[in-house]
Design a protein around this ligand. Structure first.
Ligand SMILES: Cc1cc2nc3c(=O)[nH]c(=O)nc-3n(C[C@H](O)[C@H](O)[C@H](O)COP(=O)(O)OP(=O)(O)OC[C@H]3O[C@@H](n4cnc5c(N)ncnc54)[C@H](O)[C@@H]3O)c2cc1C
Length: 419
């Protein structure tokens, strides 16, 4: 079946999800083409990893390179109250006796390049500056894509299965009208970078700090290589856009509210543009259709707060690639082959979604909760570290006594015609 431009699988997008899926499939001997519209390295937000990112990174053979990189090691998360008081850091190595407990803060331009190069090295054909414009369908099934190459030429690629890893461009979701917004999560983020801002010493040097703003808004403070810190404010649009749309004014207005953030940024120098993004919380109505499967942000994105995006991208890339490989072996790439994949992802995403809702519940205190239910401390820390694919019913039944826990969203299973 290997003719010209005829592949086993097509991957749209070379972010963490797409590179992982392409690597797993190529390492199984599948003929994969990955189409990426940008020329790497390219800027991307999403810099803080979760400990459980270790396992998909291990599977695609990148742990040694991560260890040898200049990415700061992240051992902990700390929370800072809106009056500027820092909590005791939550160290991942306390509950997790595994080297995964030391994770990383990454420069996404370099991290994504590393993953893409790895996909190439494992045998995937990677084509940068190639933008997918259209899906080719036969008898209702996706059988390929039409793309535009860097010189404006139209290209066609054919395969029994296409993996949409196009991130928040959400290629299939947008074209098929599958986007379902989260009913409650509706934040925006305004962020920039500082050079020379304060870092805590020693083991806390690479810690993520989450600093509260009033009304459950918050700042992230993420130390990156070369003395750069990524710092951003997240809150309701109506709150942040109150009075001005100028990003620098919005950002500095919020900095002035939290004394910890203000003091940490004071010795530093702001660098690069101020950036903004919003309306990012959604899920696709379907995770798959005949000849098509969605992974990473192209399937769902929750919220930046617990840094779950890159982990879910890698994990979905890995799970979907395994399902694609099995489907190619049986010769049946219809949507029904992705039911288990969809169910697994929805379970993991729902656990994290409940935790995110809890974070935004004004009445909820994680500290008080753990005082009440010390035996659920492990469940909570598992969720925070990305150990998401297990049973969290006892945890969220208890959480529901203190906070409004959302019902699971129905959408995200495969599109199986006739059901
Ligand atoms: C404000 C904010 C802060 C965040 N912070 C964190 C964090 O701290 N930690 C964390 O883990 N996550 C974070 N995230 C989430 C994280 O950015 C994403 O979850 C992650 O990048 C998803 O990876 P992906 O591979 O699915 O998509 P992406 O990384 O977006 O990759 C998609 C790729 O597809 C390419 N593409 C798109 N359309 C096409 C097309 N038509 N043809 C060809 N190529 C195409 C794009 O160029 C891109 O390279 C944050 C998100 C936001 C919005």
């Amino acid at each position: 079946m290997h003719g010209n431009n005829l592949y086993d699988a097509i991957v749209i997008g070379g972010g963490p999800a797409g590179s992982t899926a392409a690597t797993v499939l190529a390492s199984k001997g599948r003929r994969v083409v990955l189409l990426e519209k940008e020329k790497f390295p390219r800027y991307h937000i999403g810099e803080s990893l979760l400990p459980y990112t270790y396992f998909p990174l291990q599977r695609i053979g990148l742990i040694d390179r991560m260890k040898a990189s200049h990415f700061p090691k992240k051992f902990s998360v700390q929370f800072v109250s809106s009056d500027g008081r820092a909590s005791q850091p939550f160290y991942f190595f306390t509950p997790l006796k595994h080297e995964a407990a030391a994770t990383w803060q990454v420069l996404r331009s370099e991290f994504d390049q590393m993953l893409l190069d790895n996909a190439r090295a494992q045998g995937a054909e990677v084509r940068e500056e190639t933008m997918v414009r259209q899906m080719i369908q036969e008898n209702g099934a996706v059988t390929g894509v039409r793309a535009v190459g860097k010189n404006g030429e139209t290209l066609e690629f054919h395969a029994p299965i296409t993996i949409d890893a196009s991130g928040r461009d959400a290629f299939a979701v947008t074209r098929n009208g599958w986007k379902v917004r989260d009913p409650y999560l509706n934040k925006i983020a305004v962020w920039t970078y500082y050079q020379g801002a304060l870092r805590d010493p020693g083991v806390d040097e690479g810690a993520t700090t989450i600093a509260y703003l009033p009304h459950k808004g918050w700042f992230w403070y993420i130390p990156l290589p070369e003395d750069i810190v990524s710092v951003g404010a997240v809150a309701e649009k109506t709150y942040l856009y109150n009075g001005t749309r100028d990003l620098a004014s919005i950002f500095h207005h919020e900095v002035a509210i939290n004394v910890w953030v203000q003091q940490h940024l004071a010795p530093g120098r702001q660098t690069g543009p101020y950036r903004v993004t919003g309306e990012y919380s959604y899920r696709s109505r379907y995770c798959a259709a005949d000849g098509l499967v969605l992974i990473g942000d192209a399937f769902a994105f929750l919220d930046p707060v617990f840094s779950s995006g890159v982990f879910l991208a890698l994990r979905s890339g890995e799970l979907a690639a395994d399902a694609v490989d099995a489907a190619l072996t049986t010769g049946n790439v219809s949507a029904s082959q992705f039911s288990d994949y969809g169910a697994q992802m929805r379970k993991g995403i729902e656990a994290m979604r409940k935790l995110v809702y809890t974070f935004y519940d004004l009445e909820f205190s994680f500290r008080k909760f753990v005082d009440h239910y010390p035996h659920l401390h492990g469940d909570l820390t598992d969720c925070l570290m990305g150990n998401l694919f297990r049973d969290f019913d006892p945890l969220f039944e208890a959480v529901a006594k203190f906070a409004a826990v959302p019902e699971p969203l129905e959408h995200g299973s495969p599109l199986i015609e006739g059901r």
